[in-house]
Design a protein. Structure first.
Length: 198
C-alpha cells in the first residue's frame, strides 16, 4: 500500500481586520532523485511549480529562475530546502515507492475553468493507472476536447503531483511529454508505477 502525504496549511493565531499578514516569498528547492534532478517552487504550503528529470542542479536552477522571472520580473527566488516532507515523498516516488500526493496544496492559477477541471481530473488518476485524452475530456465535461487535453497536459506546471504522465493517447500510444527526456521519461514513469503495483 502506498504512503499518503498529508500537507495541511499552518494555522494562524487570531487575526483582526487591522492585522496585516506578510506574504511569504516563493522559494526554490533543488534536489537529486533516481529520476534526475528536481526543483520545487513553493510559497507557504503551496506548490507553485515542479521541475523534473533534469541532468544537473544547474539546469534546474536555470530553468526555474528563467520561468520565475518571466512571471515575476526582478523578484528574488531564494533557494532552500523549502518543504522537506514533500521533498522526501518525491524522492520515494522516484525510487518506485507508490506515493499519494492528493493532500498537497497546489496553485492552479492562472487557469480557465475548463483547464482547472482538466487538471483536477488528471490529478485524480491513481498511481499505476492511466486514462486516455478522450477519457479525461469526458470526465472534464467535454468529450470532444481530446486535442485540448493534450495542450493542457503539455503546459502542466506541477507534474508528478498532477500526474500528466498518466494521460495517454488511445490505441496504446503514449502521447507526448514536455519534461526533459520527453516520452522516454514518460515511459519510464509508467513502467515504474506498473511494476510497483503488480
Amino acid at each position: 500500500m502506498g504512503q499518503r502525504l498529508a500537507v495541511r496549511p499552518k494555522s494562524r493565531a487570531g487575526s483582526s481586520a487591522r492585522t496585516t499578514v506578510a506574504v511569504q516569498p516563493m522559494t526554490l528547492s533543488v534536489f537529486s532523485t533516481e529520476l534526475g534532478w528536481f526543483g520545487l517552487v513553493g510559497q507557504g504550503d503551496t506548490v507553485q511549480r515542479l521541475f523534473l528529470g533534469h541532468t544537473s542542479a544547474e539546469q534546474v536552477r536555470s530553468n526555474a529562475v528563467s520561468q520565475f522571472q518571466r512571471d515575476n520580473p526582478g523578484a528574488p527566488l531564494p533557494e532552500e530546502d523549502w518543504h522537506p516532507k514533500l521533498r522526501r515523498a518525491i524522492e520515494d516516488f522516484a525510487r518506485g515507492i507508490p506515493t499519494d500526493f492528493a493532500d498537497v496544496t497546489v496553485n492552479l492559477e492562472p487557469a480557465t475553468p475548463f483547464r482547472k477541471r482538466v487538471l483536477r481530473v488528471a490529478r485524480a488518476i491513481k498511481y499505476g493507472e492511466t486514462a486516455t485524452y478522450g477519457e479525461v475530456a469526458a470526465r472534464a465535461g467535454n468529450r470532444n476536447a481530446a486535442r485540448a487535453i493534450g495542450a493542457v497536459m503539455a503546459s502542466n506546471r506541477i507534474p508528478i503531483i498532477i500526474p500528466c504522465h498518466r494521460v495517454v493517447a488511445s490505441g496504446g500510444s503514449l502521447g507526448g511529454f514536455s519534461a526533459p527526456q520527453g516520452v522516454d521519461l514518460k515511459r519510464r514513469l509508467l513502467e515504474m508505477e506498473a511494476a510497483a503495483t503488480r
